[in-house]
Ligand binder design. Structure first.
Ligand code: S3P
Length: 441
């Protein structure tokens, strides 16, 4: 399915100023958790059922790849059934496996596919083909994988199957949950105990979900250990709403006077939720209600009311725990009194776009004073003017500037928005319902 089908064949958004964010909203399912539920379900024994699955382009790319490798997946839009083939039941696909725009899929699957008996080739779209892959290739090679990519360290990745992996003791050189999860998936197949040290906390959905599939990992401070698995056992996964998709409404409600909204059933995993802390430091009015646990993940309803925000120096230790939320947070920063400084966020340069450059472009196009640095940005409080913003094909840049349009002087048009469907199908319709004057152009 192409992303055009989901967005209704329109590639630009137009947002007119004004509006308040109100009501009770449910954003689509968590992308990271949906990917992992498919991956572990596919190699488990028995049938895994997933509710709340994100029906986005990225997670559908993961599903398609597993179908190409012989896994039966039934998806009726509200329930996904994965007929697990066991750890050794996948089979080769005779073409390259295409992961579209999804970095999470390709990096996690590199670990899984390195352990299979067959060869694979991994490719993606224009953006994914430029993203760094050596971070997974280097440690996988140390585990005895035979894995190659281009001289630039980019896709296509080629993996020669039939190599028994061996465990390693590895300290993550970048704060990346994709890298950590890649090695945990490889660790399921490696002889011995794979030990991973992470000096900066990153999202721990893989660790939590392995427990749900009856193969718990051990955590000791910053060290995570996984044993070779004999089997994973199918389970039921209920995916919470995606915190990263909620971020756009958290900011919209905070900056649009008179807003009062509840976002329902959102994942608030402490390795993902630093945006709440950052917004709190800026003076946002956010309450968590009805906190509970769902499929080994903490969830809550998030209640946001508009408030006056103040600029801050964003604490660097919070950066990896809020990494996907910066496009939204930086819009809040432009609306906050004074100056906001972001540093320690060089990873933003290697996301679906160079997000420091893409935000800089968007801010310049809408009249906000900003300065980009190697690893962050300095943003001055200002009033968004109308203008035309290039999303650089990045879903989160597109949605962030849609939010900015609500508080702009004149309409904001955002170009190249098809990839919003990778993480947030139905964004325009939900934003309209919430109170944003947004339409396709
Ligand atoms: C993800 C990890 C993060 C995040 C991405 C999803 C995951 O990437 O930006 O959207 O599901 O593991 P990195 O591991 O590159 O930080």
């Amino acid at each position: 399915m192409s992303s055009k089908n989901i967005t209704g064949n329109h590639s630009s958004f137009k947002v007119k100023p004004g509006g308040v964010i109100s009501g009770r909203l449910t954003v689509p399912g968590d992308k990271s958790i949906s990917h992992r539920a498919l991956m572990l379900g596919a190699i488990a024994e028995g049938e895994t059922t997933i509710t709340g699955f994100l029906q986005g382009e990225d997670t559908l790319a993961t599903a398609r790849v597993f179908q190409q490798m012989g896994v039966e997946i039934e998806n009726n839009g509200s329930l996904v059934k994965v007929k697990g083939v066991g750890l050794h039941g996948l089979h080769a696909y005779d073409k390259a496996l295409d992961f579209g725009n999804s970095g999470t899929s390709v990096r996690l699957m590199s670990g899984l596919l390195s352990a299979q008996a067959f060869d694979s080739e991994l490719i993606g779209d224009e953006s994914l083909m430029t993203r760094p892959m050596m971070r997974v290739i280097n440690p996988l090679r140390t585990m005895n994988a035979v894995i190659n990519c281009t001289d630039k360290g980019t896709l296509p990745i080629n993996i020669s199957g039939g190599n028994q992996l061996t465990a390693i003791d590895y300290e993550l050189p970048v704060a990346s949950a994709q890298l950590k999860s890649c090695l945990l998936l490889a660790g399921l197949y490696a002889e011995g105990t794979t030990r991973i040290t992470e000096n900066k906390t990153t999202r721990d959905h893989t660790e939590r979900m392995l427990g749900a599939f009856s193969h718990p990992v051990t955590k000791n401070g910053s060290k995570i250990s996984i044993e070779k698995a004999e089997r994973l056992v199918a389970t039921e996964i209920s995916v919470p709403a995606d915190f990263s998709s909620s971020a756009f409404f958290i900011v919209a409600a905070s900056i649009c006077p008179g807003s009062d909204v509840v976002l329902e059933n959102v994942g608030i995993n402490p390795t993902r939720d630093a945006m709440l802390k950052i917004m709190d430091l800026m003076g946002a009015d956010i309450e968590l209600e009805n906190a509970r646990e769902q499929s080994s993940e903490p969830v809550a309803d998030i209640h946001i009311k508009s408030s006056e925000l103040t600029g801050i120096d964003i604490p660097e230790e919070l950066v990896p725990i809020a990494i996907d939320e910066f496009p939204a947070i930086l819009i809040a920063a432009a609306c906050a009194k004074g100056t906001t400084r972001l540093s320690g966020a060089a990873e933003l340069r290697v996301k679906e776009s160079d997000r420091i450059e893409a935000m800089l472009d968007g801010f310049i196009a809408t009249g906000i004073k900003v300065e980009a640095t190697d690893d962050g940005m300095i943003i001055e409080n200002g009033e968004f003017q109308g203008g035309v913003v290039n999303s650089h094909g990045d879903h989160r840049i597109a949605m962030a500037f849609a939010v900015a349009g609500m508080v702009a002087k004149d309409p904001v048009v955002i170009k190249d928005c098809e990839n919003v469907a990778t993480s947030f199908p139905g964004f325009v319709e939900l934003a309209q319902k919430a109170g944003m004057d947004i339409n396709y152009e």
